[in-house]
Structure formats: structure tokens, C-alpha cells
Design a protein around this ligand. Structure first.
Ligand code: SF4
Length: 754
């Protein structure tokens, strides 16, 4: 089964074409480089050479009586052969919830006819029946719909009966899900008392991935599939008989050697891994299951879910989705990563149940999770989007960043504008006149380095400030405070009207599109750098004015709660316009939150709106405003978003598991200790994992890993390789630091500044 295997089709309308080979029977149907052959669609073939990417072509030969218009794109880059552009959601310009079947998990129903359900997982030892029951009750009391419990062995499976019985006796009917890795007999046992079984396709029937390059012949591959079927079928039959649900839950970090040998550690591999098991369920006419495609990297996670859905469309499958970003970490960073990944999918109407996975007590996950679920329901209920537009440029299944043209220095300019934006993503902050009164505090808030009271740019310094009001010309102290910022390359943006009324040397003028229409910007002195703010849903004639402008940046700003349009969809439409017209201005996502917005809401909204664009590679930075929020919080949230979207690393990246009954040490305490000692290493990523069950692949992105190997013993990893085993826990943090030093990634923390 080489990469060039010829299969019938992979595309949004697969199931509509007649005479197609059944994709169910094709292992590896998702191969990227496959040759695509459309059978029985002669008219498409005739038009292939004339249509271009994204062009709509009428497809003949579809079974539906009503002919459909299908977006077409080249089969591969530069190819004249066109294939239907893969659909991954109901609509890219309006959030319509994807129609999914109802899956029954105990008394709870999951699917598009029902609210988005909230889930979490216990962290107690499953054998501790009382402790687990109490934790489940606390979780249920916080409003959680479904709770998962790890079941790693026979003793834990025995405890599950007591857990279930005690909970029911106490009046708690919350559905219980058994989390199973490597243990088919345990799954069989616990299916008798729990409502749902989560299996991990990467390790249910396969041994732990060895991360070795293994060669598979077609016969080897088929033999392994046969083995999976033999091992998995009894569980399918049991779940069907007892009315239990299942989750086929793929993790980016724990794919089998077989899958990795064909697809690599990729979203495609994740989807195929899940499909191998789904085909067996379907073969036995068992459909009470959901899928998940989790990863710690929100970009990978979003792509994997989209690919999964597009393949489900191609196969006419309607199984619900459980969404989650694994090992997101804790605090605002953990919430931000979840908001980016889960929020981006909710914006497209994808997701029927969610978990926000945090290295905190499970009860703490319920509030952000509920907020996201409510946001998803609201988005789909309101269906605020944009009028239909064609989208040809955005990449749904692989990441490609559109980088706006960074400012260039022009002849004769007295300040250097090249640094007012950062190539990896910029942070802009709104600054008030009051803040200018206390320059040293302002400089600290902007995260500049202070040397004898003078600001200098640092790694995570704000790139540009927006001054909505300019200090009067007579206010020399405030003007001097601003000058010191422009002297070190921090940009100063101010509304056009302010700059005309009260000019500030070297400030960039920010005009509305209506001001551009009125020609007001022409009153600026020659050479003034110009930026434009717009909503993204303006009529095309208005946007056409951009073609005549030389802009340093564009700000996209749609007021919160806008009646007409949605931020994500108007933003998509704006990027499509810019791309079509070859306008490469950098674009900053500007979000303003009303007074009273709480921090979690702000993080979730910002992540799921601006973050949803950035994971698609669309955007060059962010500006978050909230009058009653702390400046530092807004700045950190902005940098956190850029880091969560894998754009700009300004702090140590942590991948830490939420912990569960398998955890071999106190994850929260250890995580806090490691963070305290290593949080000054931007560019370094450290995984802190309670056990090795999800494999070193879960740390795919991490440079160093701290992993529970046995009770009280830690294994240390460099990349995917274990380099030190069974280190006593008390010594493990220092050993980890030693390892970071050995690999030349350590710098001593800076002492408090002058
Ligand atoms: S990695 Fe963490 S959450 Fe995952 S199974 Fe191990 S201890 Fe549990």
C-alpha cells in the first residue's frame, strides 16, 4: 500500500457519486499523495482543466435529484486534475451545527439535537472508592454531564462496580466512562457496570509504539488489522448488547507503529487510526459511539478534527465529536490553548461534547468547559456569519501562515518602523493618558527592560501602543515618555483625527475606512505612516479603496455583540479579499471587551475568535482591550494566544497532563515546582506527564520530558528518548535542570532589575 495507491475518491461529495468503491474497505484511504479517480462523473472530468482552485463546478451524475454546486481544487499543487474541495463543516461563512446522530451515554444524550455536553475526568486512585465517589459527586454538583475514570487493571475494574453502586445509591446518575489503554479484558469487565468505554485506537490492541522505523508489507498491515478485529469485536458486541456507548479517542501522541509507518505522527494518521476501529463497529451494526482527535498542539488538533469530519462527510457518517486539547497545562495558558482549539471548531458548528483538560482539580475544569459549551450553543443558535462568499485561499487541513509584509524602512525616515510589528506575531496594547503620567510603571507594564529608568525592548515587549488620546503639545513629560518608546522601536498608533488635531511626531495614524472615503487622510503630512481599521464585512466597493493605499497595518475590529456579523466569518472574508487582490498588509485582530467581562470569559472569547483565525495562519497579531482588566493580564493573554497558536514563543512552553488515577506523583505540586525553576526559558518546552500511558509521542512537541515511570520514580526524556530512568522524585527536578544545561538550553534567571 504505497503512497500512490489508487483509490476511488476522497472528497466532500464522495457518497453522492454512483459507482464508487466503498471507502470503508480501503485501509489508508486518507493518504495524502493518493491518485484520485472520479468514477461516473464525466462532466467533472471534462471541466477539470478549465476550473481553478475553489471554483464552483456543476457536478453531474450525483444521486440526488437536485444538482449540487461543488467547490473544486487541484488534486495536488499545480495539478490540472481537479477534485471536489473537501468539506469539513456545514458552512465556512455561517456557523451551522453539523448534524450528528444521537448517542446515548446512560441517561445523557449526545449529538446535534442536544446541548453540547460537558465532561471531565477524576484524578483519584480508582481503587479508592470513597475518594472517587466523593470527587465524582463534587464534579456532578458543579454541572458536569459525563465523567471519565481511569481503569487500568482488574482491581480498578472491581472498584468500578462499587463506585457505580455507591453513586446510584446516593442519587447520582451521572454517566461514568472507563478510560482504557492496553487492556481489552478490563474493558470487557467494566462495560458491565459503566455507561461508556473510551478506547485509544493507538494502544487498545497494539503494543506501545516503539518509534522505530518499521517496514510494513501489505500482508503485515492486513494481519494487524485482522488482529485488531479479533481483539476489538467482543467489546463491540458487548457494548451493543448492553446498550453501552463508546468513544474512539485517538491521541496525537499514541499512534501505533503501523499507523506511524504509513502516515507519520500526523492528523491523517490520527483519523485513519480511528477509522480502523470505526469500521469494525459499523461492520457489527454498532453505532453508539463518538470520535475524538486530541493533541496538545491546538493547530494539529484542529486539523485532525477537520480531516475526520471531512472523511465522515465523504462516507456519509454522522457520529458526534468529543472535543479536547490534551495536556493543555494550567491557569490562563491552559484555558487559552483549549479555547483556541475547541473554540475554532465550535465556530464551524463542530463538537457535541467537550473537555477542557487542565492540570488543576477536575472541578476547576467545569466552569471554563461550560463557558465554551455555552459559547458553542450560542454561536450555532444565532447563526451570525456572513453572506455567502467563495473561499479559495484558507488551508483547512495543513498549516500555512499568511505573513503580511512587515514594515520596511523608507528613505529619510527619522524613526525605525521595522520593529513596530514582530515577524512571529505582534502584540498591540491600548495605553491611556493617565498611564503616560507614570512612565516607569508604563515601561514595566509594556515588558521593556529598564536600564537606569530607560526602556529597552525585550523578548516579550509590546510591539506597538495605541494612544486613543494624544497628550497635549504642552504636556512635555507625557510626550517625552512616548518619544522614549518610539526611540527604541515601539510603535505608536493614534486615531487619524487626533493626529490631525494634535500631531505627535512619528505617530502612525489609524483611519477608519469612512475617513479614507472622505479623503481625510490626505491632510496628513507626507510620509506619515497610515493604518486602517475596518470590520471585514464592508461592501467590496469600500474594501477596494485599500488597493490605492500604502498601509503599515490593518486592524480588524468588529464590536463585541455585533448584531449583523460574526468576527471569525467576517475575518475569513477579509483575508479572502486581501488574498484575491494580492494585498499583503499585516492584519491585527483587535478585540474589545465590555466592562464586567470576567477573565475566563475574556480568555475563552479571545481564543475562540482571534485564536480561531491564527490557527489557520491568518493574522499577524492581536490587540485586546478591556477597560476594567489589568494591563499585565491583557498583555500576558495576548502573548499566550500567540504562543498557543504556535507563532511566537516568549515563555517556557509546558505540556502537562491533567493527571488521573494513573498519575504516579502529585502533578500539581511537581508542576508548580518545575515551573518555578524553569519559567524563564522561552523557546524551551517541557512535558510533565503523570505516567507513560500515552507514550512519549504525547510529548511530541516537547524538548524535555519529566514522566512518572513507577511510584516515586521519574524517567527523564530528551525529545522522544528516555535518557535517565527511575530517578528518585526528590532529585528529579534538579536532574531535569541538569539535562537542560547539558543540552545548552539553560540560561540563568535574571535577577530583579535595577
Ligand atoms: S498521562 Fe496523565 S492523564 Fe494521561 S493517563 Fe497518564 S497520568 Fe493519566
Amino acid at each position: 500500500m504505497a503512497a500512490a495507491t489508487s483509490v476511488s475518491l476522497s472528497g466532500a461529495v464522495a457518497s453522492s457519486f454512483s459507482g464508487l468503491q466503498k471507502v470503508d474497505s480501503i485501509p489508508g484511504s486518507l493518504q495524502q499523495a493518493m491518485a484520485v479517480e472520479l468514477k461516473g462523473v464525466g462532466k467533472v472530468a471534462q471541466r477539470r482543466s478549465r476550473a481553478s482552485r475553489g471554483q464552483r463546478v456543476r457536478v453531474a451524475g450525483v444521486r440526488n435529484a437536485v444538482p449540487e454546486l461543488v467547490e473544486m481544487e487541484p488534486a495536488s499543487q499545480g495539478s490540472q486534475l481537479l477534485v471536489p474541495r473537501k468539506k469539513y463543516c456545514e458552512s465556512i461563512y455561517t456557523p451551522i451545527r453539523r448534524k450528528t446522530r444521537t448517542v446515548n451515554i446512560g441517561d445523557v444524550t449526545v449529538g446535534s439535537e442536544h446541548p453540547i455536553r460537558v465532561q471531565t475526568m477524576t484524578t483519584t486512585d480508582t481503587k479508592d472508592v470513597q475518594g472517587t465517589v466523593e470527587q465524582v459527586m463534587r464534579i456532578a454538583d458543579r454541572g458536569c454531564d459525563i465523567v471519565r475514570i481511569t481503569v487500568q487493571g482488574r482491581r480498578e475494574a472491581d472498584a468500578c462496580y462499587d463506585i457505580k453502586n455507591t453513586l446510584v445509591q446516593k442519587g447520582y446518575n451521572i454517566p461514568l466512562v472507563a478510560d482504557i489503554h492496553f487492556a481489552p479484558p478490563i474493558a470487557m469487565k467494566v462495560a458491565e457496570c459503566f455507561d461508556k468505554i473510551r478506547i485509544n485506537p493507538g494502544n487498545f490492541a497494539d503494543r506501545r509504539a516503539q518509534f522505530e522505523k518499521l517496514e510494513y508489507t501489505e500482508a503485515d498491515y492486513a494481519e494487524e488489522l485482522q488482529h485488531i478485529e479479533e481483539v476489538f469485536t467482543p467489546l463491540v458486541e458487548k457494548c451493543k448488547k448492553l446498550g453501552r456507548a463508546m468513544r474512539i479517542g485517538t491521541n496525537h501522541g499514541s499512534l501505533s507503529d503501523r499507523i506511524m509507518s504509513y502516515y507519520g505522527d500526523s492528523p491523517r494518521g490520527m483519523v485513519e487510526s480511528a477509522f480502523e476501529f470505526a469500521r469494525i463497529c459499523r461492520k457489527h451494526d454498532y453505532h453508539n459511539f463518538v470520535f475524538s482527535m486530541k493533541a496538545s498542539n491546538p493547530v494539529v488538533m484542529v486539523q485532525a478534527y477537520r480531516l475526520l469530519v471531512s472523511e465522515m462527510y465523504a462516507n456519509d457518517w454522522d457520529y458526534p465529536l468529543h472535543l479536547g486539547v490534551t495536556e493543555a497545562g494550567e491557569g490562563e495558558d491552559g484555558r487559552m490553548k483549549s479555547a483556541i482549539g475547541i473554540g475554532a471548531l465550535l465556530q464551524d458548528g463542530l463538537g457535541d461534547t467537550i473537555r477542557v483538560s487542565l492540570t488543576e482539580a477536575p472541578e476547576e475544569e467545569i466552569d471554563p468547559c461550560t463557558k465554551l459549551a455555552n459559547l458553542g450553543m450560542k454561536i450555532s443558535a444565532e447563526q451570525k456569519g456572513m453572506p455567502e462568499f467563495q473561499e479559495k485561499s484558507r488551508r483547512y487541513f495543513d498549516f500555512q501562515r499568511r505573513t503580511g509584509q512587515l514594515p520596511l524602512q523608507k528613505e529619510g525616515e527619522l524613526v525605525d518602523y521595522r520593529n513596530v510589528l514582530h515577524r512571529d506575531g505582534s502584540v498591540l496594547m491600548s495605553v491611556t493618558l493617565d498611564q503616560l503620567k507614570n512612565p516607569e510603571t508604563l515601561y514595566r507594564n509594556l515588558a521593556t527592560k529598564l536600564i537606569i529608568g530607560m526602556p529597552y525592548k525585550d523578548l516579550a515587549t509590546v510591539d506597538t501602543i495605541l494612544l486613543k488620546k494624544l497628550p497635549a503639545a504642552a504636556d512635555r513629560a507625557s510626550r517625552l515618555a512616548v518619544k522614549r518608546l518610539t526611540d527604541v522601536g515601539i510603535g505608536v498608533l493614534t486615531p487619524l483625527a487626533e493626529q490631525l488635531a494634535n500631531p505627535l511626531p512619528h505617530a502612525m495614524a489609524l483611519a477608519t475606512i469612512d475617513e479614507i472615503a472622505s479623503g481625510a487622510h490626505k491632510k496628513l503630512p507626507t510620509g506619515t505612516r497610515l493604518a486602517v481599521t475596518l470590520r471585514g464585512d464592508e461592501p467590496e466597493e469600500k474594501l477596494d479603496m485599500l488597493k490605492d493605499l500604502d498601509l503599515i497595518m490593518l486592524l480588524q475590529y468588529l464590536p463585541e455583540g455585533d448584531e449583523k456579523s460574526s468576527r471569525v466569518h467576517s475575518s475569513r472574508r477579509l483575508f479572502e479579499y486581501l488574498q484575491t487582490n494580492e494585498l499583503n498588509f499585516p492584519v491585527i485582530h483587535h478585540l474589545q471587551f465590555p466592562a464586567g467581562t470576567d477573565r475566563d470569559d475574556l480568555v475563552i472569547k479571545a481564543g475562540s475568535e482571534a485564536g480561531a483565525m491564527l490557527v489557520d495562519g491568518l493574522g499577524d497579531g492581536v490587540m485586546l482591550e478591556a477597560a476594567d482588566q489589568d494591563f499585565e493580564f491583557l498583555r500576558n493573554t495576548s502573548f499566550g494566544m500567540l504562543q498557543g497558536c504556535r507563532m511566537r514563543n516568549t515563555k517556557t512552553e509546558y505540556v502537562s497532563c491533567p493527571s488521573c488515577g494513573r498519575t504516579l506523583f502529585d502533578l500539581q505540586d511537581v508542576s508548580a515546582e518545575i515551573r518555578e525553576k524553569t519559567d524563564h526559558l522561552p523557546g524551551v518546552s517541557i512535558a510533565i506527564m503523570g505516567c507513560i500511558v500515552n507514550g512519549p509521542g504525547e510529548m511530541a512537541d516537547a524538548d524535555f520530558g519529566y514522566v512518572g515511570g513507577a511510584p516515586g520514580k521519574i524517567d527523564l526524556y530528551v525529545g522522544k528518548d528516555v535518557v535517565r530512568r527511575a530517578i528518585p522524585m526528590e532529585k528529579a527536578t534538579n536532574e531535569l535542570i541538569g539535562l537542560i544545561k547539558e543540552h545548552g538550553r539553560w540560561v540563568d534567571p535574571e535577577t530583579a532589575d535595577n
